[in-house]
Ligand binder design. Structure first.
Ligand SMILES: CC(=O)SCCNC(=O)CCNC(=O)[C@H](O)C(C)(C)COP(=O)(O)OP(=O)(O)OC[C@H]1O[C@@H](n2cnc3c(N)ncnc32)[C@H](O)[C@@H]1OP(=O)(O)O
Ligand SMILES: CC(C)C(=O)C(=O)O
Length: 600
């Protein structure tokens, strides 16, 4: 990171709530030294309660430079390190235990002389941290020995304890072994009350988070890590995961990830490394479900939560989602994403969120087949807007391409005798049968239709029979959308076909301020789908308003041609508007219309 990136990153860490921030390796060069100076000398950037931590090897000239960089700071932690494993002693330093202890003690004494023992050091509060680097690969008893020597040289107090930072510089064992090493250190050191035991796990085996958690349970007080685990090789332990693991257990970590997207943006810009889409908590896909059974469970979970009236304060009990995405600043839009592995539940969730429609189970199944076909055909995920458009189109919500209800009237059917009494009840003089009389637009042309039934729906269904659409209403569900004056009714109707297409099922959806009208629109939506499901059937024809005429074999189509064209028969010159008649001619030629007046 350059100075600007570090500047922004520091501000981020402060805003998240971190109180001890290792800001630099000042002796490494101008970038880190100058950055440290800028932080220390700029008024109001470092909050009173934040400690600036800096790192240096056990080399006197570098320690001196490091201390120099902090002049003017309020609180500073000087962090020295030296590797204590046999491997490093032999390969890197060419030192034995005794020589290394001498080096560590000498550097600690030197550090002390230019920091806490120097009234002119220019820093108000000094703390000291020592890391036996490669701790996890070191002899535990030797680590205790060198740390006791360093402690003696620094002389910590209970108020200002020395930090012993015990790194898994390279993670080389299972997390329980690291935890055992930490426990051994905690229980072996004298004056434990003057020691802050710190962890510094790396992630070579992919277990850094587990190691940090077990080692805290084994007695450690503090953890060093990085946001999203950036660091050498496989990185340091991820502080985001550690924090949110606590959070999901009901313990507030004291750091704030309520706007995780902003955190990711700064981290990615600064590190120039993207956060993996499946990184715990932060990854863009971790609050998403693609698979049908997951989506179904999540959808049920949200329904149950809503029904229970649970508030934000109530425990989060949700299949497949370890935390409420809103707690980290994510919304519910992307929870469910639809590809060819998705089922009805996920599709229904998207329709609920985009159109506020609570689809009945049967319609969910029917529509999910349409979606499945589309995803298989496209071979990719469908976006919520695409699914919404697919639904609007499939159930003719914006415009019914074939039938449009222009006007209607529903009255008691005076021609019918009163309904027979139900078993065990006395006869009623009430006439419960209804007559539907209305005008519908079929492919742009208005037509009168009429039918009777036990209610509005069945009388419209009966009227549609005259168009060759023989449907019975099998299922009906409705709910309201919105509230107050804006409330609308959403109606779902499943129709089954009678006649030679018996068993065929279609769904229709109607939305309108008026609940009856919503139902009628739903029936017409189903009727339109029914026709579309017949691959070869022509557009149904019904003579224009007040000119009802039934087709029968041998019908002379000249009259119809005149009606369609609004002009006397134009013979072979007729072009516009003649398609319907042409189809009917075709049908009649093929053997005449079916029993209901429609071409077979
Ligand atoms: C485990 C960790 O990640 S700790 C963080 C490590 N971070 C960094 O190293 C970043 C900053 N480092 C640097 O800028 C440079 O390495 C510097 C300025 C510290 C030193 O640079 P140089 O003097 O050129 O030395 P160089 O980096 O080549 O080699 C390191 C030297 O320090 C020695 N050394 C390594 N660690 C330590 C230590 N903790 N204490 C004392 N000496 C050490 C090495 O043995 C080697 O000594 P040698 O030259 O006698 O063989
Ligand atoms: C300096 C020490 C703590 C270190 O970075 C490591 O060992 O990983």
């Amino acid at each position: 990171m350059d100075g600007e990136q570090k500047w922004r990153y520091f501000a981020l860490l402060v805003s998240l709530g971190y109180k001890e921030i290792e800001i630099s390796y000042p002796s490494s060069g101008a970038t880190d030294f100058d950055f440290t100076r800028r932080l220390v000398t700029t008024e109001g950037v470092v909050p009173e309660d934040v400690w600036l931590q800096v790192l240096s090897p056990c080399r006197k000239e570098l320690i001196q430079r490091t201390v120099e960089s902090l002049r003017g700071a309020k609180r500073a932690i000087l962090h020295l390190y030296v590797a204590t494993s046999a491997c490093f002693q032999q390969v890197v330093f060419g030192m034995d235990n005794r020589q290394q202890i001498e080096l560590a003690v000498e550097c600690t004494r030197y550090a002390r002389s230019i920091t806490k023992d120097d009234p002119n050091s220019g820093v108000e509060n000094w703390a000291f941290e020592f890391s036996p680097e490669t701790f996890s690969d070191s002899d535990p008893e030797y680590v205790v020995e060198i740390c006791e020597a360093v402690k003696k040289a620094w002389e910590p107090s209970e108020e200002n304890p020395i930090i012993f930072n015990l790194p898994a510089t390279v993670e080389m064992s299972t997390p329980n072994v690291y935890a055992d090493q930490i426990e051994f250190f905690c229980t072996s050191m004298t004056e434990r009350e003057k020691i802050c035991v710190s962890l510094h796990p790396h992630n070579d085996r992919g277990c850094a988070v587990a190691a940090a958690e077990l080692a805290q349970m084994a007695g450690a007080d503090r953890v060093e890590g990085t946001l999203f685990g950036n660091g050498e090789r496989t990185g340091n332990v991820d502080l985001v995961t550690l924090a949110l693991n606590l959070y999901t257990q009901g313990i507030h970590p004291g750091v704030d990830f309520s706007d995780i997207n902003s955190v990711i943006e700064i981290v990615e810009k600064s590190n120039k490394i993207p956060v993996h889409p499946r990184a715990p908590y932060g990854g863009e896909l971790v609050c998403c479900a693609f698979s049908g059974s997951h989506q179904d469970a999540i959808k049920k979970g949200f329904q149950a939560r809503e029904a229970s009236g649970a508030s934000k304060e109530d425990p989060w009990v949700m299949p497949y989602l370890p935390l409420d995405p809103r707690d980290i600043g994510r919304n519910y839009e992307a929870i469910i994403r639809v590809n060819s592995q998705s089922g009805k539940g996920g599709v229904a969730w998207i329709i609920k969120r985009t159109l506020e429609l609570d689809l009945p189970r049967g319609l969910q199944i029917a529509f999910s087949k349409i979606v499945q076909k589309e995803t298989d055909m496209l071979g990719r995920e469908l976006q919520p807007t695409e699914i919404k458009d697919l639904f609007v189109d499939a159930y003719h919500l914006e415009k019914n391409p074939r039938f449009h209800l222009v006007d209607y009237d529903i009255t008691a059917d005076r021609s019918a005798s009163p309904a027979p009494p139900e078993q065990g009840k006395t006869a009623s003089s009430r006439n419960l049968r209804r007559r539907f009389k209305g005008v519908i637009e079929i492919d742009g042309q208005e037509h009168d239709i009429e039918g009777t039934g036990n209610g509005a729906l069945s009388s419209l269904a009966n009227a549609l029979k005259g168009l060759g659409i023989d449907l019975d209403v099998a299922d009906y569900k409705e709910h309201s959308i919105g509230a107050g004056r804006e409330t609308k009714a959403a109606t779902y109707i499943e129709c089954t076909a009678s006649g030679h297409e018996q068993g065929k099922k279609v769904w229709g959806v109607g939305i309108h301020q008026d609940v009856v009208q919503a139902s009628l629109i739903a029936v017409l939506s189903a009727a339109s789908s029914f026709l579309s499901s017949r691959p070869t059937t022509p557009v149904p024809f019904r003579p224009k308003r007040s000119n009802t005429q039934t087709l029968s074999p041998g019908t002379n189509l000249d009259g119809l041609r005149r009606e369609v064209n609004g002009a006397p028969s134009a013979g072979p010159d007729v072009k516009e508007g003649s398609q319907v008649v042409a189809k009917l001619e075709e049908a009649v030629a093929e053997g005449g219309p079916g029993a209901n007046g429609m071409p077979k």
